[in-house]
Write a protein that binds this ligand. Sequence first.
Ligand code: TXA
Ligand code: MG
Length: 354
Amino acid sequence: MTYNANTFLAYVDPINPDPQTMALAAQAIQTGGLVAFPTETVYGLGANAHSQQAVSQIFAAKQRPSNDPLIVHIADLDQLSQVALVNDERVWELVERFWAGALTLILPKQNSIPDNVTANQNTVAVRMPNNLIAQTLIRLAGLPIAAPSANRFSRPSPTTAQHVWHDLNGHVDIILDGGSTQIGVESTILDLTQPIPTVLRAGGVTLEALRELLPNVVVRQLYLKEGENAPASGTLLKHYSPNAEVWLFRGGNTALVHERMRQTAESYLAEGKRVGILLPDDELGVFTGLRVQVMLMGETNAQLARHLFNALRTLESAGVDIMLVQGLDEAGLGLAVLDRLYRAAEGRVIEVKG
Ligand code: TXA
Ligand code: MG
Protein backbone atom coordinates (compact mmCIF):
# COMPACT_ATOMS: atom_id res chain seq x y z
CA MET A 1 0.00 0.00 0.00
CA THR A 2 1.25 3.47 -0.78
CA TYR A 3 1.22 6.22 1.81
CA ASN A 4 -1.38 8.91 1.23
CA ALA A 5 -1.26 11.06 4.37
CA ASN A 6 1.37 12.81 6.44
CA THR A 7 0.80 11.22 9.80
CA PHE A 8 1.21 13.52 12.77
CA LEU A 9 1.80 11.73 16.09
CA ALA A 10 1.01 13.96 19.07
CA TYR A 11 1.44 13.21 22.75
CA VAL A 12 -1.60 14.40 24.71
CA ASP A 13 -1.89 14.49 28.49
CA PRO A 14 -4.87 12.20 29.21
CA ILE A 15 -5.88 14.20 32.30
CA ASN A 16 -5.42 17.66 30.83
CA PRO A 17 -5.50 17.45 27.01
CA ASP A 18 -3.71 20.34 25.30
CA PRO A 19 -6.41 22.59 23.76
CA GLN A 20 -4.37 23.45 20.66
CA THR A 21 -3.62 19.84 19.77
CA MET A 22 -7.24 18.88 20.41
CA ALA A 23 -8.49 21.77 18.25
CA LEU A 24 -6.28 20.62 15.40
CA ALA A 25 -7.58 17.07 15.72
CA ALA A 26 -11.20 18.25 15.86
CA GLN A 27 -10.63 20.32 12.75
CA ALA A 28 -9.23 17.27 10.95
CA ILE A 29 -12.45 15.37 11.81
CA GLN A 30 -14.63 18.29 10.64
CA THR A 31 -12.82 18.48 7.31
CA GLY A 32 -13.15 14.79 6.51
CA GLY A 33 -9.83 13.54 7.88
CA LEU A 34 -8.92 10.54 10.03
CA VAL A 35 -7.84 10.85 13.66
CA ALA A 36 -6.72 7.92 15.83
CA PHE A 37 -7.50 8.43 19.51
CA PRO A 38 -7.38 6.49 22.77
CA THR A 39 -10.49 5.15 24.48
CA GLU A 40 -10.63 3.18 27.72
CA THR A 41 -10.76 -0.07 25.70
CA VAL A 42 -8.48 0.20 22.65
CA TYR A 43 -7.47 2.99 20.23
CA GLY A 44 -10.06 3.98 17.63
CA LEU A 45 -9.66 5.27 14.06
CA GLY A 46 -12.18 8.10 13.86
CA ALA A 47 -14.00 10.03 11.14
CA ASN A 48 -17.13 12.22 10.92
CA ALA A 49 -20.00 9.72 11.33
CA HIS A 50 -22.29 11.93 9.21
CA SER A 51 -19.98 11.86 6.19
CA GLN A 52 -20.09 8.90 3.83
CA GLN A 53 -16.90 10.16 2.19
CA ALA A 54 -14.94 10.50 5.44
CA VAL A 55 -16.12 7.08 6.63
CA SER A 56 -15.02 5.49 3.36
CA GLN A 57 -11.46 6.60 4.23
CA ILE A 58 -11.61 4.44 7.37
CA PHE A 59 -12.35 1.31 5.33
CA ALA A 60 -9.54 2.17 2.90
CA ALA A 61 -6.97 2.86 5.64
CA LYS A 62 -7.74 -0.36 7.54
CA GLN A 63 -8.28 -2.46 4.40
CA ARG A 64 -11.51 -3.43 6.11
CA PRO A 65 -14.28 -5.16 4.14
CA SER A 66 -17.30 -2.92 3.61
CA ASN A 67 -19.69 -5.48 5.15
CA ASP A 68 -18.17 -4.97 8.63
CA PRO A 69 -20.09 -2.09 10.31
CA LEU A 70 -18.53 0.58 12.56
CA ILE A 71 -19.28 1.84 16.07
CA VAL A 72 -20.44 5.47 16.41
CA HIS A 73 -18.93 7.30 19.41
CA ILE A 74 -20.76 10.09 21.22
CA ALA A 75 -19.75 12.29 24.17
CA ASP A 76 -23.14 13.48 25.43
CA LEU A 77 -26.55 11.84 25.71
CA ASP A 78 -28.07 14.57 23.50
CA GLN A 79 -26.10 13.10 20.61
CA LEU A 80 -27.75 9.69 20.98
CA SER A 81 -30.89 10.77 19.11
CA GLN A 82 -28.76 12.00 16.19
CA VAL A 83 -27.48 8.46 15.76
CA ALA A 84 -30.15 5.99 16.92
CA LEU A 85 -33.87 5.67 17.62
CA VAL A 86 -34.52 5.09 21.28
CA ASN A 87 -37.91 3.51 21.87
CA ASP A 88 -36.87 1.07 24.55
CA GLU A 89 -36.86 1.91 28.28
CA ARG A 90 -33.97 -0.49 28.91
CA VAL A 91 -31.65 1.80 26.96
CA TRP A 92 -31.92 4.54 29.58
CA GLU A 93 -31.21 2.13 32.42
CA LEU A 94 -28.21 0.71 30.59
CA VAL A 95 -26.69 4.06 29.71
CA GLU A 96 -27.29 5.36 33.22
CA ARG A 97 -25.35 2.42 34.60
CA PHE A 98 -22.66 1.79 31.98
CA TRP A 99 -21.95 5.07 30.11
CA ALA A 100 -19.49 6.57 29.75
CA GLY A 101 -18.00 3.10 29.41
CA ALA A 102 -17.22 -0.04 27.47
CA LEU A 103 -20.75 -0.97 26.42
CA THR A 104 -21.82 -0.66 22.77
CA LEU A 105 -25.55 -0.82 22.07
CA ILE A 106 -27.06 -2.02 18.81
CA LEU A 107 -30.19 0.07 18.18
CA PRO A 108 -32.40 1.04 15.21
CA LYS A 109 -30.48 3.66 13.23
CA GLN A 110 -31.29 7.27 12.42
CA ASN A 111 -31.68 8.09 8.74
CA SER A 112 -28.88 10.63 8.84
CA ILE A 113 -26.27 7.93 9.49
CA PRO A 114 -24.74 6.95 6.13
CA ASP A 115 -25.08 3.38 4.91
CA ASN A 116 -21.38 2.63 4.95
CA VAL A 117 -21.24 3.18 8.74
CA THR A 118 -23.76 0.40 9.32
CA ALA A 119 -22.85 -1.77 6.31
CA ASN A 120 -26.36 -1.19 4.92
CA GLN A 121 -28.10 -2.52 8.01
CA ASN A 122 -31.01 -0.68 9.62
CA THR A 123 -29.32 -0.89 13.03
CA VAL A 124 -26.39 1.11 14.36
CA ALA A 125 -23.75 0.45 17.03
CA VAL A 126 -23.25 3.33 19.47
CA ARG A 127 -21.22 3.99 22.60
CA MET A 128 -19.91 6.78 24.81
CA PRO A 129 -16.21 6.19 25.57
CA ASN A 130 -14.90 6.84 29.06
CA ASN A 131 -11.73 8.70 28.09
CA LEU A 132 -11.20 12.44 28.30
CA ILE A 133 -9.21 12.69 25.06
CA ALA A 134 -11.95 10.85 23.15
CA GLN A 135 -14.70 12.92 24.78
CA THR A 136 -12.88 16.21 24.12
CA LEU A 137 -12.35 15.28 20.48
CA ILE A 138 -16.03 14.46 19.95
CA ARG A 139 -17.20 17.63 21.77
CA LEU A 140 -14.83 19.96 19.94
CA ALA A 141 -15.67 18.42 16.57
CA GLY A 142 -19.36 18.77 17.49
CA LEU A 143 -20.10 15.51 15.68
CA PRO A 144 -20.54 11.84 16.46
CA ILE A 145 -17.39 9.97 15.41
CA ALA A 146 -17.45 6.60 13.65
CA ALA A 147 -14.47 4.56 14.76
CA PRO A 148 -13.40 0.95 14.51
CA SER A 149 -10.31 -0.21 16.38
CA ALA A 150 -7.26 1.50 14.84
CA ASN A 151 -5.51 -1.61 13.53
CA ARG A 152 -5.10 -3.03 10.05
CA PHE A 153 -7.95 -5.46 9.39
CA SER A 154 -7.56 -8.82 11.21
CA ARG A 155 -4.57 -7.60 13.30
CA PRO A 156 -4.60 -7.41 17.13
CA SER A 157 -6.35 -4.25 18.33
CA PRO A 158 -4.05 -1.38 19.36
CA THR A 159 -3.64 -0.53 23.03
CA THR A 160 -0.90 2.09 22.49
CA ALA A 161 -0.30 4.86 19.96
CA GLN A 162 2.80 2.95 18.82
CA HIS A 163 0.59 0.01 17.78
CA VAL A 164 -1.49 2.43 15.69
CA TRP A 165 1.63 3.96 14.17
CA HIS A 166 2.94 0.49 13.28
CA ASP A 167 -0.25 -0.45 11.41
CA LEU A 168 -1.48 2.87 10.00
CA ASN A 169 1.42 5.32 9.64
CA GLY A 170 0.82 7.13 6.36
CA HIS A 171 -2.90 6.32 6.31
CA VAL A 172 -4.17 8.52 9.13
CA ASP A 173 -3.79 12.29 9.57
CA ILE A 174 -3.31 12.50 13.34
CA ILE A 175 -2.60 9.95 16.07
CA LEU A 176 -3.34 11.24 19.58
CA ASP A 177 -1.03 9.43 22.01
CA GLY A 178 -2.73 9.21 25.40
CA GLY A 179 -0.69 6.27 26.67
CA SER A 180 -1.77 2.65 27.19
CA THR A 181 -5.48 1.95 27.32
CA GLN A 182 -6.83 0.73 30.66
CA ILE A 183 -9.14 -2.15 29.77
CA GLY A 184 -7.20 -3.52 26.81
CA VAL A 185 -10.01 -5.42 25.08
CA GLU A 186 -12.81 -3.83 23.03
CA SER A 187 -16.27 -2.88 24.28
CA THR A 188 -19.02 -5.39 24.94
CA ILE A 189 -21.54 -5.31 22.08
CA LEU A 190 -25.16 -5.75 23.22
CA ASP A 191 -27.89 -6.13 20.61
CA LEU A 192 -31.17 -4.71 21.90
CA THR A 193 -32.99 -5.21 18.58
CA GLN A 194 -33.28 -8.99 19.20
CA PRO A 195 -36.30 -10.38 21.06
CA ILE A 196 -33.86 -11.37 23.84
CA PRO A 197 -30.96 -8.99 24.55
CA THR A 198 -27.91 -10.64 23.03
CA VAL A 199 -24.20 -10.08 23.59
CA LEU A 200 -22.58 -10.22 20.15
CA ARG A 201 -19.05 -9.64 21.46
CA ALA A 202 -17.78 -10.08 25.01
CA GLY A 203 -15.75 -7.07 26.10
CA GLY A 204 -14.97 -4.48 28.73
CA VAL A 205 -18.35 -4.62 30.51
CA THR A 206 -18.65 -8.07 32.05
CA LEU A 207 -21.55 -10.44 31.56
CA GLU A 208 -21.97 -10.55 35.34
CA ALA A 209 -22.52 -6.77 35.42
CA LEU A 210 -24.97 -6.87 32.48
CA ARG A 211 -27.00 -9.65 34.13
CA GLU A 212 -27.71 -7.41 37.12
CA LEU A 213 -29.80 -5.19 34.84
CA LEU A 214 -30.79 -7.72 32.18
CA PRO A 215 -31.25 -11.11 33.87
CA ASN A 216 -32.32 -12.71 30.57
CA VAL A 217 -29.30 -11.57 28.52
CA VAL A 218 -27.79 -14.30 26.32
CA VAL A 219 -24.37 -14.55 24.71
CA ARG A 220 -24.03 -15.42 21.07
CA GLN A 221 -21.67 -18.35 21.01
CA LEU A 222 -18.21 -16.85 21.08
CA TYR A 223 -16.08 -19.95 20.83
CA LEU A 224 -16.28 -23.73 21.02
CA LYS A 225 -16.80 -25.39 24.36
CA GLU A 226 -14.81 -28.47 25.21
CA GLY A 227 -15.91 -31.47 23.14
CA GLU A 228 -17.78 -29.49 20.46
CA ASN A 229 -16.95 -29.89 16.79
CA ALA A 230 -15.42 -27.05 14.80
CA PRO A 231 -17.94 -25.15 12.67
CA ALA A 232 -17.77 -25.26 8.89
CA SER A 233 -14.55 -23.70 7.63
CA GLY A 234 -14.81 -19.97 7.15
CA THR A 235 -17.25 -19.40 9.97
CA LEU A 236 -14.42 -19.06 12.46
CA LEU A 237 -13.42 -15.52 11.60
CA LYS A 238 -9.71 -14.77 11.34
CA HIS A 239 -9.25 -11.88 13.73
CA TYR A 240 -6.75 -10.44 16.17
CA SER A 241 -4.03 -12.45 14.47
CA PRO A 242 -0.39 -11.63 14.98
CA ASN A 243 2.04 -12.62 12.28
CA ALA A 244 2.84 -15.96 13.94
CA GLU A 245 1.06 -19.26 14.64
CA VAL A 246 -0.84 -19.07 17.92
CA TRP A 247 -1.70 -22.29 19.78
CA LEU A 248 -4.23 -22.24 22.61
CA PHE A 249 -4.10 -24.97 25.27
CA ARG A 250 -7.14 -25.78 27.40
CA GLY A 251 -7.83 -28.26 30.17
CA GLY A 252 -8.79 -28.52 33.82
CA ASN A 253 -5.48 -29.95 35.00
CA THR A 254 -2.92 -27.14 34.93
CA ALA A 255 0.08 -29.42 35.46
CA LEU A 256 -0.90 -31.52 32.44
CA VAL A 257 -1.54 -28.40 30.35
CA HIS A 258 1.94 -27.09 31.20
CA GLU A 259 3.48 -30.47 30.40
CA ARG A 260 1.81 -30.46 26.97
CA MET A 261 2.88 -26.86 26.32
CA ARG A 262 6.47 -27.72 27.23
CA GLN A 263 6.47 -30.73 24.88
CA THR A 264 5.04 -28.59 22.08
CA ALA A 265 7.65 -25.89 22.68
CA GLU A 266 10.43 -28.48 22.64
CA SER A 267 9.33 -30.02 19.37
CA TYR A 268 9.07 -26.63 17.63
CA LEU A 269 12.47 -25.65 19.00
CA ALA A 270 13.90 -28.91 17.64
CA GLU A 271 12.59 -27.88 14.20
CA GLY A 272 14.54 -24.62 14.51
CA LYS A 273 11.43 -22.49 15.13
CA ARG A 274 11.42 -19.53 17.50
CA VAL A 275 8.85 -19.91 20.25
CA GLY A 276 7.11 -17.34 22.46
CA ILE A 277 4.95 -18.10 25.48
CA LEU A 278 2.28 -15.88 27.06
CA LEU A 279 2.02 -16.58 30.78
CA PRO A 280 0.39 -15.37 33.96
CA ASP A 281 3.04 -14.05 36.40
CA ASP A 282 2.71 -16.86 38.91
CA GLU A 283 3.71 -19.44 36.27
CA LEU A 284 7.06 -17.83 35.57
CA GLY A 285 8.97 -20.89 36.73
CA VAL A 286 7.20 -23.38 34.49
CA PHE A 287 9.27 -22.96 31.33
CA THR A 288 12.73 -22.31 32.78
CA GLY A 289 15.54 -24.01 30.88
CA LEU A 290 13.80 -23.67 27.50
CA ARG A 291 15.09 -21.21 24.87
CA VAL A 292 11.75 -19.41 24.58
CA GLN A 293 10.65 -15.78 24.84
CA VAL A 294 8.20 -15.31 27.68
CA MET A 295 5.67 -12.49 28.06
CA LEU A 296 4.25 -12.21 31.56
CA MET A 297 0.76 -10.73 31.48
CA GLY A 298 -0.19 -10.26 35.16
CA GLU A 299 -2.38 -12.46 37.30
CA THR A 300 -6.00 -11.40 37.40
CA ASN A 301 -8.29 -11.74 34.38
CA ALA A 302 -8.44 -7.93 34.18
CA GLN A 303 -4.63 -7.76 34.00
CA LEU A 304 -4.54 -10.47 31.33
CA ALA A 305 -7.08 -8.42 29.33
CA ARG A 306 -5.03 -5.24 29.68
CA HIS A 307 -1.82 -6.87 28.46
CA LEU A 308 -3.03 -9.40 25.90
CA PHE A 309 -2.82 -7.40 22.65
CA ASN A 310 0.48 -5.80 23.61
CA ALA A 311 1.90 -9.23 24.44
CA LEU A 312 0.86 -10.62 21.04
CA ARG A 313 2.39 -7.63 19.25
CA THR A 314 5.59 -7.65 21.34
CA LEU A 315 6.27 -11.35 20.70
CA GLU A 316 5.54 -10.74 17.03
CA SER A 317 8.14 -7.94 16.92
CA ALA A 318 10.60 -10.27 18.65
CA GLY A 319 10.26 -12.47 15.57
CA VAL A 320 8.77 -15.62 17.06
CA ASP A 321 7.22 -18.16 14.66
CA ILE A 322 5.04 -19.84 17.27
CA MET A 323 3.12 -18.50 20.29
CA LEU A 324 1.79 -20.77 23.02
CA VAL A 325 -0.87 -19.63 25.47
CA GLN A 326 -3.23 -21.34 27.87
CA GLY A 327 -6.91 -20.73 28.40
CA LEU A 328 -8.34 -19.07 31.50
CA ASP A 329 -11.63 -19.10 33.36
CA GLU A 330 -14.58 -17.12 31.97
CA ALA A 331 -15.17 -14.95 35.04
CA GLY A 332 -15.17 -11.18 34.57
CA LEU A 333 -12.96 -10.15 31.66
CA GLY A 334 -11.88 -13.80 31.21
CA LEU A 335 -14.71 -14.38 28.71
CA ALA A 336 -13.50 -11.54 26.48
CA VAL A 337 -9.87 -12.69 26.72
CA LEU A 338 -10.81 -16.28 25.81
CA ASP A 339 -12.75 -15.05 22.79
CA ARG A 340 -9.72 -13.06 21.56
CA LEU A 341 -7.41 -16.03 22.16
CA TYR A 342 -9.66 -18.34 20.14
CA ARG A 343 -9.67 -15.94 17.26
CA ALA A 344 -5.94 -15.25 17.43
CA ALA A 345 -5.39 -19.02 17.35
CA GLU A 346 -7.67 -19.37 14.30
CA GLY A 347 -8.88 -22.72 15.56
CA ARG A 348 -5.48 -24.11 16.70
CA VAL A 349 -6.83 -25.27 20.06
CA ILE A 350 -5.41 -28.23 21.96
CA GLU A 351 -7.69 -29.76 24.60
CA VAL A 352 -5.59 -31.47 27.27
CA LYS A 353 -7.66 -34.22 28.89
CA GLY A 354 -7.17 -35.37 32.43
O1 TXA B 1 -14.01 -0.78 22.27
C1 TXA B 1 -14.43 -0.70 21.11
O2 TXA B 1 -15.56 -1.08 20.79
C2 TXA B 1 -13.50 -0.10 20.06
C3 TXA B 1 -13.25 1.36 20.43
C4 TXA B 1 -12.45 2.08 19.38
O3 TXA B 1 -14.47 2.00 20.68
N1 TXA B 1 -14.06 -0.22 18.74
C5 TXA B 1 -14.14 -1.41 18.09
O4 TXA B 1 -14.65 -1.33 16.81
O5 TXA B 1 -13.78 -2.46 18.57
P1 TXA B 1 -14.53 -2.50 15.71
O6 TXA B 1 -14.91 -1.89 14.43
O7 TXA B 1 -13.19 -3.09 15.75
O8 TXA B 1 -15.64 -3.50 16.08
C6 TXA B 1 -16.97 -3.13 15.87
C7 TXA B 1 -17.83 -4.33 15.67
C8 TXA B 1 -17.94 -4.78 14.24
O9 TXA B 1 -16.93 -5.69 13.89
C9 TXA B 1 -19.30 -5.43 14.20
O10 TXA B 1 -19.15 -6.78 14.46
C10 TXA B 1 -20.05 -4.76 15.34
O11 TXA B 1 -19.16 -3.93 16.01
N2 TXA B 1 -21.15 -3.94 14.83
C11 TXA B 1 -21.12 -2.66 14.44
N3 TXA B 1 -22.33 -2.26 14.00
C12 TXA B 1 -23.15 -3.31 14.12
C13 TXA B 1 -24.51 -3.55 13.84
N4 TXA B 1 -25.31 -2.60 13.33
N5 TXA B 1 -25.02 -4.77 14.10
C14 TXA B 1 -24.22 -5.75 14.62
N6 TXA B 1 -22.92 -5.58 14.90
C15 TXA B 1 -22.39 -4.40 14.65
MG1 MG C 1 -11.62 -4.23 15.51
